[in-house]
Design a protein around this ligand. Sequence first.
Ligand SMILES: Cc1cc2nc3c(=O)[nH]c(=O)nc-3n(C[C@H](O)[C@H](O)[C@H](O)COP(=O)(O)OP(=O)(O)OC[C@H]3O[C@@H](n4cnc5c(N)ncnc54)[C@H](O)[C@@H]3O)c2cc1C
Length: 284
Amino acid sequence: MTEAALMLGQLGEGAKLLAGGQSLIPLLKLRFASPEHLVDLNFIAGTSFIRERAGALRFGAMTRHAELENSPLAREIPMVHDCAAGIADVQIRNRGTIGGSLAEADPSGDWGNALLTLDTTVHCLGPKGARAIALKDFVKDAYTTALGHDELVSEVEVKIPPKGSGGAYLAFKRSAPVYPSASVAVQLTMAGDVCQEAAIALGCVGLTSIRASEAEDVLRGKVLSEINIATAAEAARAAGDPQPDMRGSAEYKRQLVVALVKRAIAIAVRRAHGEHVEGTHLYA
Ligand SMILES: Cc1cc2nc3c(=O)[nH]c(=O)nc-3n(C[C@H](O)[C@H](O)[C@H](O)COP(=O)(O)OP(=O)(O)OC[C@H]3O[C@@H](n4cnc5c(N)ncnc54)[C@H](O)[C@@H]3O)c2cc1C
């Protein structure tokens, strides 16, 4: 990876990295991108791994979605499994990488939304060495990150949530090989029936993923009654700013947010209480 970062620096702004190619190759085919050089990360040994160290899971940038989906270790954070298992179809999951997805910063991308509710750090390498950037500071805008043109993502680190914490990631899509119409990530820390900590992120309803902080405030310190959950879902709805497109009208996406928040909370609570619950993308 160090050599790839050096090459990026030497080749200048006309160079692009190639990871799984599942975002870049379609852009090349459509002539929306025409880089002078491609630096292919696929042949660099040791860039695809899933490890546990010091209370965190660490994923090499070239770890494929399918490797994350099928990893028993990655299942230690159910949100990670939910996310990986629902991305597009099996062909895309076999090629696409977590590093490429975060670097692409597609507002409809799943990783950037799911991992926003967890303590996630993006480790980067560049000519000046390594730096670690919190995910919330890594994504600057739609398709824009904090990476310089000569920097790359080397690793993604996600802290394992404490005991009593449960999460769920739900995305609603029309069919497998399309991006979701809306997606929701919820991570809750419970003490009995009381929600001690809440993190809620919304995808596909803004230029970047949105932390629904008012919805989180509704839940924090409260018993999760039906009324509190409904109020939080309405606050999440108000936090989104969806645009109408082929995936649905703005109002349809707002309705999806309400339904997904309620369902994700229900799964997150059960997981926080130690239950094993399967839950991933939903199809129309
Ligand atoms: C039909 C279709 C449906 C899809 N549906 C979904 C979906 O539902 N949800 C979802 O999340 N994604 C979806 N994707 C995208 C898929 O997840 C891609 O794998 C992902 O967006 C990009 O990862 P990649 O490894 O393929 O990166 P690439 O396409 O190789 O690269 C993407 C960009 O990131 C840069 N890059 C790559 N690796 C690094 C790195 N390590 N450091 C810095 N920059 C890097 C590249 O230069 C490029 O600009 C879909 C793709 C297709 C084609």
